[in-house]
Write a protein that binds this ligand. Sequence first.
Ligand code: SF4
Ligand code: SF4
Length: 301
Amino acid sequence: MKGKMKKRKSEAVEAERDPDKNQELKDLVIKFCRDRGVDLLGFAPVKRWDEANEVPSEFRPQAIWSPAKTVIVMGLAMPLPIVETTPSVVHMELYKTANQELDQLAYDLTRYLNRLGYASFFFPRDGFGSMKALRENNKAAFSHVMAAKYAGLGTIGASHCLLTPEFGPRVRFVSVFTATELPPDPVIGKELCIKCEACAKCCPKKAIRMRQDRVIGDYDSMACLEMAEELTARRCYPCGICTKVCPVGKDRFLYGQKGAVKKYLREAEALEVNPQDPEYKAWTHLRKYGVFHGKKAPDKE
Ligand code: SF4
Ligand code: SF4
């Protein structure tokens, strides 16, 4: 066993010097992820954080774990018809399942790389303990969104979500840091956000404001947090309306929902006038059950 570990360590050192070896390891990671149903996968060299200089230094991979050379980002899709029901118990359960799956994937990939002799570390899917903790410090210690951008999986839209060509913003990410340099994936140069304003118009808290001078909008994180607190109390967190309404993403073709934005834009007003509006019947049905409809849920039984 000891001999095996020694050999693996020397393989890891060799991989540092031999680009083919690194491609071999990258191929192993790709196979590992493909076999486990990962929907999106990208490789970001840690120097991209320094080159872009967009993320404060203490939030960069090497500040969090100094041996890090590459960040491997895995994404799982959030199926559009479930996201469309938000806020609902079905959307909440999907969100929880995706997060659990991502943490399991990151844990498994970290151990797989460690077994091969490549020291690794992962940052969990959600880096906060509770809404109270978020109110005290409304940030995670590491951003998977930025990691996914540097891994070439998408670009950041007006809503501050990462938009991907495949699923728009309807995808969740987790990141595994490894101490080995792996061949990087190219970043996406062209902005995917078309500045349609749907996210800003549909946000119930008006937390997103479009900017003329840039793609990424102004974002009121406390207003968004207020919504999250309300939905947590009603047991149908998270909101995710900005991810629902975004027209970007090939997933809309799969579900035949390319032109649904008009329906989303009318939704709040239509339901205000007629809560039984037949156009939204399936969504309102799913929103009725399994959640608390008062202002605050009773203490957990
Ligand atoms: S999650 Fe909801 S409240 Fe927050 S920005 Fe998106 S639409 Fe607005
Ligand atoms: S909804 Fe429109 S403006 Fe908002 S992120 Fe998506 S494409 Fe950009």
